[in-house]
Design a protein around this ligand. Structure first.
Ligand SMILES: Nc1ncnc2c1ncn2[C@@H]1O[C@H](COP(=O)(O)OP(=O)(O)OP(=O)(O)O)[C@@H](O)[C@H]1O
Length: 414
């Protein structure tokens, strides 16, 4: 038998990047031989084995035949007569279809090295069309590697797959897995651009696709339409190293702008409220984890309130903190503020601009949280007034702390 290092590790090594997972292909062996050599078989469907000491994955060279739609209906053929080239020909992109043998020779039958040098994401062959998740993978790699473009023939193939309804057959878990990974890449906007260009965004996230070309007031948005703003917000969040929750909230925050009445454009009255059912629809569709869902809902609903924080009186600030559940969940509220800051800075020429609303809200939250609600309740004679008294105590604490803030005008402190 012969063993080759394949896939992402080879690609990343050639790019001078750290290698993460080591995946190997074994040619000329059988499950019985692998088990006899001490490898542990994992997964019933695929002939994959774990190395007894390193835990790295060793897969028998395989080919597959597709018999159903979406990611269903693959029958795997792994036998000693399957060659390395057979196996590589079933992979998605040329840059992912290279191998290295035990003497460090690179096996590159599909021109992966040339495509790496030219920064091109090109499909290996017709088998690409058999698994629609590959469209999402292409988009994800575009978001990861700076300056990479999708080969025209690959884009054409992806368009054809979308038109044939292939992405509609994807299971929600696989879509969310790829989307969430793409959001965590260096430039998530590229993922959206690639998905838009091939038509997949319209099928997978019509709420986001609908933002294309929707105008906004140029005074606040010199970058132009909503989708460009959305892209800038996302890329700024990525640049800050924001969490998945914050990035997803950024992606969702302005969905309502796609459904405001076009007569009101470029204004978008109540886009916050109109966006909420759309955020819910996306989260339901992809079984989005609750931490992402909750932050996205909060951000969609209240981001414009935070932008106006310098004009809010102490009572309104405390109300905003309550609405955002800042007393019980201060960490989530801080992530919400991060998403608001990304929204403010994700505009042409605004990336470096100050966002004093962030510090003000943190200051207000700290002051309001310093109020001991239990103590207030104990000292309130008429129990019906407990919530009011707690609110009043918080407002006083916020007011006192805000007097120290030189940015605030006296009229906002009453
Ligand atoms: N859906 C797929 N279709 C075709 N080939 C795939 C698919 N998923 C993975 N591969 C192949 O398996 C290899 C390992 O897959 P894996 O999902 O670990 O991604 P990777 O390329 O290592 O990237 P990452 O750095 O994101 O893990 C890929 O490089 C590719 O050759």
């Amino acid at each position: 038998m012969k063993i080759y290092l394949v896939g992402g590790a080879v690609r990343d090594a050639l790019m001078g990047l750290p290698m993460k997972d080591y995946d190997y292909v074994v040619v000329g062996s059988s499950p019985a031989e692998m088990v006899a050599k001490g490898y542990k078989q994992v997964g019933a469907d695929f002939p994959v084995f774990l190395h007894p000491y390193t835990g790295d994955e060793y897969a028998l060279a395989r080919t597959e035949r597709k018999t159903g739609a979406g990611y269903h209906g693959f029958s795997v053929y792994a036998a000693p007569d399957v060659t390395l080239e057979d196996d590589l020909s079933r992979r998605d992109l040329t840059i992912n279809a290279m191998a290295v043998d035990d003497r460090d020779h690179i096996i590159d039958p599909f021109g992966g090295q040339a495509d790496l040098a030219a920064k091109v994401l090109r499909h290996v062959g017709p088998a690409f069309a058999e698994d629609p998740v590959r469209i999402l993978r292409v988009a994800r790699f575009a978001a990861r590697y700076d300056g990479f473009s999708v080969a025209p023939e690959t884009m054409a193939l992806m368009r054809g797959m979308v038109e044939a309804g292939e992405v509609d057959a994807l299971v929600p878990e696989r879509v969310w897995q790829e989307l969430s990974r793409g959001l965590m890449e260096a430039k998530p906007s590229r993922m959206l651009e690639v998905l838009f260009e091939c038509g997949a965004l319209h099928r997978l996230l019509p709420e986001v696709a609908r933002l294309h070309g929707v105008p906004q007031p140029l005074a606040h948005h010199p970058e132009g339409p909503v989708h460009i703003h959305n892209n800038l917000v996302l890329d700024y969040a990525a640049k800050c190293g924001a969490s998945l929750e914050v990035r997803f909230a950024c992606l969702m925050h302005d969905l309502g702008k796609g459904v405001t009445p076009s007569e009101s454009w470029p204004s978008h009255p109540d886009h916050e409220g109109l966006g909420l059912p759309l955020v819910e629809a996306v989260c339901d569709r992809y079984k989005v984890p609750s931490s992402c869902r909750e932050l996205a809902m909060l951000t969609c609903r209240y981001h414009t309130h935070v932008h106006r924080a310098l004009e809010l009186r102490p009572g309104s600030l405390v109300k905003l903190l309550s609405n955002g559940d800042a007393f019980r969940r201060p960490e989530r509220f801080t992530e919400f503020l991060q998403a608001c800051r990304c929204d403010a800075r994700g505009r042409a020429g605004k990336e470096e601009s100050a966002y004093p609303q962030f510090d003000l809200m943190v200051q207000a939250m700290t002051a309001a949280r310093s109020v001991n609600a239990g103590e207030v309740a104990k000292n309130t004679e008429n129990k019906a007034f407990i919530p009011e008294r707690i609110h009043e105590a918080r407002v006083s604490a916020v007011k006192a702390s805000m007097r120290q803030n030189p940015l605030l005008k006296e009229e906002h402190l009453v």
